[in-house]
Design a protein around this ligand. Structure first.
Ligand SMILES: Nc1ncnc2c1ncn2[C@@H]1O[C@H](COP(=O)(O)OP(=O)(O)OP(=O)(O)O)[C@@H](O)[C@H]1O
Ligand SMILES: [Mg+2]
Length: 334
């Protein structure tokens, strides 16, 4: 069930714009993005490559690098992570808000055992009261068990290359759980894995979300992953939000033509089609983003004003979208 919208959000992104000095002719790569995530909820962030999903996530924890700039607010625990003190963001990053990435192999240290990487994370993130290394070791084994690593005692002494891709992904998740995060940002955590392992990792994220009442932002370009894992979803394109709402509404009854296009490009097991639809064209690069809807030149519902005028928000119950000519019932992508 989708989180109650009246619940206090754990994180609220308000009108976020992001750019990089000296790049894209000064144009922002993310423009006026807003979204909320509640405790115990998995919010899916979906969109084609280059739509601004990762940049949005990195700005939440101020990981954009020196050239990155931001406008707007990101409220976490009554603090604006974009403007709070450096010491505050350092305390939040990796503890209150943890991130996991696509490639666990490059995140983990190849010359350090799984156990020592995990105990190190625990020692760094928990208060260093006079705890013996034995206690940290026990906690590390507990975390490995929680993320479903078989025979955790033995795995503690092994190196990342001795584990499979899926197991390394679980180890990275365990390291991130060491700080007891309240929000986990998972940026394409399963893209590099085969489908059965992908399903296991997604199941693990769902379990952790529920058991720890943790919020998760799950970034993906796969609508199947969204359908299976998330309660609400935000669809992004060209640095802007196209639509947002409960997964069962957005994926069954899309309002934005872009979402309809994405859904029509996905193979379905229950319908035989002669040829899979595609959305003609490519995501524009930020220097070519129009004033209006970035999807205008690929859209089947485009009208004169779409290019130059940014569509205002349309709110319908738990969902909202930005489009002058939303999808009508029964419409197909052609
Ligand atoms: N450090 C940077 N400097 C300049 N431009 C950047 C930088 N990082 C990202 N961008 C640009 O920001 C835009 C959005 O990138 P982002 O990585 O957020 O896309 P994404 O939606 O995560 O795509 P993918 O699905 O491929 O991961 C892209 O046009 C990208 O080129
Ligand atoms: Mg990305």
């Amino acid at each position: 069930m989708a989180a109650n919208q009246k619940d206090e959000p754990l994180l609220e992104i308000k009108n976020l714009s992001v750019g990089f000095n000296g790049a894209h002719k000064g144009k922002p790569v993310v423009c006026g993005v807003s979204m909320k995530v509640h405790p115990g909820e998995i919010l899916g962030l979906v969109g084609e490559s280059g739509s601004g999903k990762s940049v949005t996530c990195y700005s939440v924890v101020r990981l954009l690098g020196e050239r990155g700039w931001t406008e707007g607010e990101v409220i976490f625990d009554n603090k604006d992570t974009l403007s709070c003190l450096e010491s505050d963001i350092v305390a939040i990053r990796g503890r209150e808000i943890a991130m996991i990435f696509q490639d666990a192999q490059s995140f983990l240290n190849p010359v350090q055992t799984v156990g020592s990487q995990l105990t190190e994370a625990l020692m760094l993130k928990k208060d260093l009261e006079k705890r013996s290394s034995d206690i940290f070791r026990k906690e590390a084994v507990k975390l490995l068990t929680e993320v479903g690593i078989p025979d955790p005692e033995r795995r503690m002494g092994e190196y990342p290359h001795q584990l499979s891709g899926g197991q390394n992904q679980r180890v990275m998740i365990a390291i991130m759980l060491a700080g007891d995060p309240r929000l986990l940002i998972a940026d394409e955590p399963t893209t590099a894995l085969d489908v059965t392992i992908q399903a296991q990792i997604l199941r693990l994220l769902k379990k952790l979300c529920k058991e720890r009442n943790m919020a998760i932002i799950l970034v993906t370009h796969d609508l199947g992953v969204i359908a299976e894992t998330c309660e609400r979803t935000v669809v992004m394109y060209g640095g802007k939000v196209m639509e947002c709402g409960p997964v069962e509404d957005v994926l069954v009854n899309p309002k934005h033509p872009y979402t309809l296009g994405l859904l029509s490009s996905k193979p379905r097991i229950d319908k035989k089609v002669k040829k899979l639809n595609t959305i003609e064209g490519v995501v524009p690069s930020p220097e070519n983003f129009p004033e209006g809807c970035p999807f205008y030149d690929r859209c089947i519902n485009v009208t004169d004003k779409c290019k130059d005028i940014s569509p205002p928000i349309v709110i319908e119950g738990m969902r909202h979208y930005f489009c002058f000519n939303p999808v009508k019932e029964g419409m197909v992508w052609k």
